[in-house]
Design a protein around this ligand. Structure first.
Ligand code: BGC
Length: 437
């Protein structure tokens, strides 16, 4: 193992963690993901977001744990189906409960970044065709106006939409997520509508805050795409996938300008419709057409087979910052590692390149705080800094979670931390074993 060097952030840098309401809260039956999980075969292990982390009732203890770990930045979502359980009818008690949580975060000096939509829709919205329905965007924007007005005194940072590109790809192109549609045209249309929703939500939130400081952005999922060969056609194909999945929609959402195949029946004034670029980065993948090939045999992979490719975070950040020079937030980055054998190294590698090579990144939200309901993978994929034993709901801070706490405390990685978390193993024993063979 090569020798690891200490590193530090030489600028104010917020190290936090991220979650999504459907993935942690539990106790909710009125949304698209609960309905989806009810259909046999849709979730790998047959689990349901109905349980998840029971965070809806355990939220205080979870925040206490977060505070104990020294986490000061928390990206959390609000579940639309709780807030508007019936079309046009808002539930004040759900709002009160979220306000209580936000107040508690303030008490613990943890700064919230609020996600307004993270994959799940109220069942009534899904039933009417969600964002594809007539006035679907208007209905969403009414919710945005309502909820932001209710919490504007308690937070000043928002992600309007989480990963519209993944929502559209998994739900409308591959049919793996609700509503299970497989149509290229529909997926592009959904992305376009979501881009429009973001721009309008951006304006609404700024209007609500008037002259008070507020930061609004969106979080797309970004990958490094690689072609299986150097051939001209393969390279063109990869550029096209990159454009369809991430570049076209990002340009649309940031600037209001769209080009084929994206489009809406109306246009937006040319502008800048976000205050930070939100980047969710996990992996590099090799694509043949629309099919993702397995990661190369000798690459590092996580429990889901995703290639671990730390340099990709730098490449992604630099590419988008060069195009749109705005502050960059890493709104998600993490890995599935049930045995916690490589998460600390994953953190080290990704944070090191952010510290040393990406001076315009000012925030990092690790995905995720606690093992949770990982959508179609159910409870099997373990992304948490904190381990969750689902049947007992016992939380245990992982070794990598302790490492992350120390990074926060030291604003970087020190020599003693390297010695503690990445001990150089004496290879003589293994060598001995090999020799015996
Ligand atoms: C999503 C999260 C998800 C994570 C890991 C992101 O695409 O925003 O909700 O859990 O990836 O798969």
């Amino acid at each position: 193992m090569e020798k690891l060097e200490p590193f530090f952030f030489d600028r104010p840098f917020g190290l936090g963690t991220a979650t999504a309401p459907t993935q942690i809260e539990g106790y909710e039956t009125d949304n698209s993901w609960y309905d989806w999980a009810e259909i046999p075969g849709k979730i790998a292990d047959g689990s349901s977001p109905l349980r998840a982390n029971e965070h809806w009732v355990r939220w205080k203890a979870d925040i206490d744990l977060m505070a104990k770990m020294g986490i000061r930045y928390y990206r959390l979502g609000l579940e639309w189906s709780r807030i508007e359980p019936e079309e046009g009818k808002f539930d004040e008690s759900a709002v009160a409960r979220y306000r209580e949580e936000l107040l508690y975060l303030r008490k613990k000096e943890i700064r919230p970044l609020i996600t307004l939509h993270h994959f799940s829709n109220p069942s009534w919205f899904e039933a009417r065709g969600a964002f594809c329905s007539a006035n679907g965007s208007g209905v969403f924007l009414r919710y945005v106006r309502y909820i932001v007005t209710k919490i504007e005194d308690l937070c000043s940072e928002y992600v309007t939409l989480n990963e519209p590109n993944v929502y559209a790809a998994n739900g409308y192109l591959f049919g793996l997520w609700p509503p299970g549609v497989r149509s290229f045209i529909r997926s592009v249309s959904v992305m376009s509508r979501l881009a429009g929703c973001h721009i309008q939500a951006y304006r609404i939130i700024h209007e609500i805050y008037e002259n008070r400081a507020v930061h609004v952005g969106f979080a797309n999922h970004y990958r490094i795409f690689r072609a299986p060969s150097e051939g001209f056609l393969a390279q063109i194909g990869i550029k096209w996938i990159e454009y369809l999945f991430q570049d076209g929609i990002t340009r649309f959402m940031i600037t209001g300008r769209f080009s084929f195949p994206f489009g809406l029946p109306f246009t937006f004034r040319k502008g800048t419709y976000c205050d930070f670029i939100g980047i969710n980065y996990y992996t590099r993948c090799t694509m043949k057409g629309l099919t993702e090939l397995p990661a190369p045999p000798h690459s590092d992979k996580n429990d889901l087979g995703w290639e671990i490719y730390p340099d990709g975070i730098r490449m992604t950040v630099q590419k988008y910052y060069n195009r749109y020079p705005l502050p960059v937030f890493i709104t998600e980055n993490g890995t599935a590692d049930a045995s916690d054998t490589f998460r600390a190294r994953f953190l080290y590698d990704h944070l090191r390149t952010l510290a040393l090579d990406c001076p315009y990144v000012s925030r990092y939200y690790h995905w995720t705080f606690i093992d949770n309901f990982e959508w179609a993978e159910g409870e099997t994929a373990r992304f948490g800094l904190v381990e969750n034993d689902f049947p007992t709901q016992r939380r245990t801070i992982r070794q990598s979670g302790r490492f992350y706490s120390e990074i926060i405390k030291n604003n970087g990685v020190t020599d003693p931390m390297i010695q503690e978390y990445f001990p150089v193993r004496d290879t003589s024993e293994t060598r001995g074993a090999d020799e015996k063979d």
